[in-house]
Structure formats: structure tokens, C-alpha cells
Design a protein around this ligand. Sequence first.
Ligand SMILES: [Mg+2]
Length: 462
Amino acid sequence: MSNATTVERAAAPAFGPACLDATPAAARAFVRASAAHPAAPVVSSPSVSPPSARPAQRRFLVHIDIDAFFAAVEVLLNPSLKGKPVIVGGLPHERGVASTCSYEARKYGVHSGMNLRNAYKLCPQGIFVRGSYQVYQAFSDKFFSILHEYTPDVEDASLDEAYLDLTRCRHLYPSFSGTARRIKERVERETGLKVSVGVGPNKILAKLATKRAKPAGFFEVEPGREEEFLRDLGIESLPGIGPKSQVILRMLNIQKIGDLWGLPRTTLHSIFGLGGDDIYLQSRGIDSRPVVTSAIPKSVSRETTFLEDLWDRRLLLAHLAYLCDRLTLALRQGHCYAHIIEVKARYSDFKTEGRRRLLITPRQEMGDVYKIAEELFLELYSGSRLSLRLVGVKASDLVRARPLSLFEPYSDRQERLGAAVDQVREKYGFGSVLTMREKMLEAIYQFEKKRGFVLKTASLTR
Ligand SMILES: [Mg+2]
């Protein structure tokens, strides 16, 4: 048996079209044949875990997503907005994009990521709000604290989206579907926000079920009905198929997931490379990715667009300092240290530039990170003849612990300082401790002791 066929055999799911380059009927015959010879050697492939090949170990995953999150929070805080097209991200004349819009606004063709001016053209009667990251974060915290009461296996996919794996808790819950419905009811009751819930044997099917359930619905992909569920979904619903891939597939007259089953794996691979293998597996509802509970984020970033383009170097550095402060707070809260610090600047002509530095000793403290960010920023900006419209700072290549340095004397002074500042802020608000540099922003922005400065576009990454 060649290596390729071994992998395909291992990839055969307990349901749905088998991993054969054939029609679904032939694929089903293959599954029956595999079932008749259970002793056949199964070699695990990295992309497919053995449990999904055994029905007895069917996993039970719940995907839960808050509907139109930011817009829904705005409606909750101001009930007069109910039933109206709400667009969160900024005012119509401002620069920036819509970060979320209510379902009423979507009817006009407005979607998240759309330029605010275009959104206004499509929906002039829309209610535009700037939004507040801190308020959304508070709702998100509440959302996740409820989810964590049901299982320790919770993965936060974003502020308003999570995967729950209830498989390990099977003894606690007589009915998984019943539990998923109860979670939905409880989140809606306690947060006041509507959520959509999808249930399936793995992440991809649970997520696709949520898409089907939207808005505010519940959908379960029942055992044995995976193929029926997938067949008529549009190819655009698969996360591995972006706009460019869609164009190529539509040229091949492939519109639905069911149409993809006719394409051999080798063909998909030759068109899309490794992405083609993903499409091949996703379209068959095969996904062995675990729910990752304590993942270190890939990166943490904070950036802001200015109210108007800025020249003043001191003011630019004040913004940078404030963003570094916010960033390092997130690093400490996540118990992360960064090996890479990156600074980004966007000029008035929309050109964007970045500078990054690799750190041998990873850092998380405000003083250290700001010093590096300032140097990087000045390298970028000193030669520029243009004003800036945006500045941002990003920490990546994150690790959980700071290794002891061989060549520097050991000191935890910075860390103790950071912890002390965090404690004071927890008690008296973020704005209670600020550097002189940051205080310069008082002249520009609204200041709230609890939340600090209210920048124009709140950065939404974690
Ligand atoms: Mg959502």
C-alpha cells in the first residue's frame, strides 16, 4: 500500500463522504468496506485524529456566537435604538471602518469591515456610534464566565465567539443537546444578548451549524446527517475558501459543498497547495482540531487612528506611550512575554510602514516595551515629510515565562513595579496611574478615571 492510500484510509470519517476520490456513493461503499475489516491497519495522519474514525468516541462540540455583538450591546445600553440600523465603528464623516452592524443595517448591504463613508452612502438613516471597547470587553468577560461553568474546555475564538467541548463532561450531562440549549438560554438571560448556537462532532461542523442557526437560533448536526447537512451549503461557507478560491471554483462550476466531493484530493492540492488539502477535509466535515483552552495568543496589538493627521512628535510619542501601556497591561493579564515588538505607522497618503525588533530576552513591562517602541518609531518617522494618521504597536512571538538571562544580573524590579501599578489601577481605575508623556493626551481626548483616555478607534484585538 502506498503512503498516500494509507493516509486516506486513516482519514475516512465515521460519517459523510469518505476520503475517496470518487462519487459519494463509491465513498460510502469504501466506508462500509472499511467497517467490515476493522482489523485493517490505521495509520494516524497529522490532520485527522483516530477518535473521529470511531463512532463510539464521537465528540460533542458546541459553537456559540453572539449576534451582531457590538451593535447588540449598544441597543442594550440605549433601548431606543432597538429595531434600527445601528453601525458601530465611528461617525459617518469619520475615517475608519464599521466593526459591527445590526441585522437591520445589514439589510442595506452594510457589513463589518466596510468603510464608514460607504456605509453611510448605503444607509444614510443608519445610527452611527463610535463604540467602546471596554464596555464590550466587560460583556465578553461575563459571556465567558458563564461558559466556563459548564466545562473547562472552552476556547475563545474571539471576544464574542467560543467553542465548548462537552465530551469530557459526558457524565454530568444526560443530554448534550439539552445542555447546549440551556447554555444558550442562560447566556441570553444573563447578558441580555442574543446568541446563535451550533452543535456537531467537531469544530468545523459546529461552526457551520451556528451559521445555519443565525440569527438567535439553535442547530444541531445530528449523527448520520452530516452529509445531508453539508451537501447544499455554498462553498463560501467553508473557512478555507476565500474570495479568490471561490472565483476559481465557480469557474469549474462548483457552487456547493456537495459539488466539491467530485474533485480528487490531488486536483485540489494542485490548484490550492496545502490549502487544497484543508478544503478537501473541510468539505467532508472532517476536522480533528482540539478545543484549545490555554492557547497563548499569536500576538497582541493596540493601535489608533487620530482625530486628525498629526505632525507633532511629542504628541505622537504620547499616543505611542499610551498604546504601549495598554498593550503591556494585556501582556501581564495574559501572563505573556514578547520576543518581538513591532511599531506601525500610517502616513497621510495611506502608506503604511512597520519596524520590528527581535528581543533575546522577552519583555512584558511598560518601561522596557515603550523604550523599544520609541526607538523603532523614531527610526521610522525621522525621515518622513508626511503627517501620520495612525500609529500602532504589536507584541508577538509570545511565551509564558521569561527565561533567566545569563549575561544580565537578575532583577524583578520592573515586574514588581508593573504588578504594583496593576493593583492601584484595579482599585482606582486605569487613569489613576499615567506617565507624564501619556498625560499630554489630556488636551485631546476625553478622560475617564476608570477607563483612561477614550481614543478614536479602539483597538479590538485581544
Ligand atoms: Mg458574533
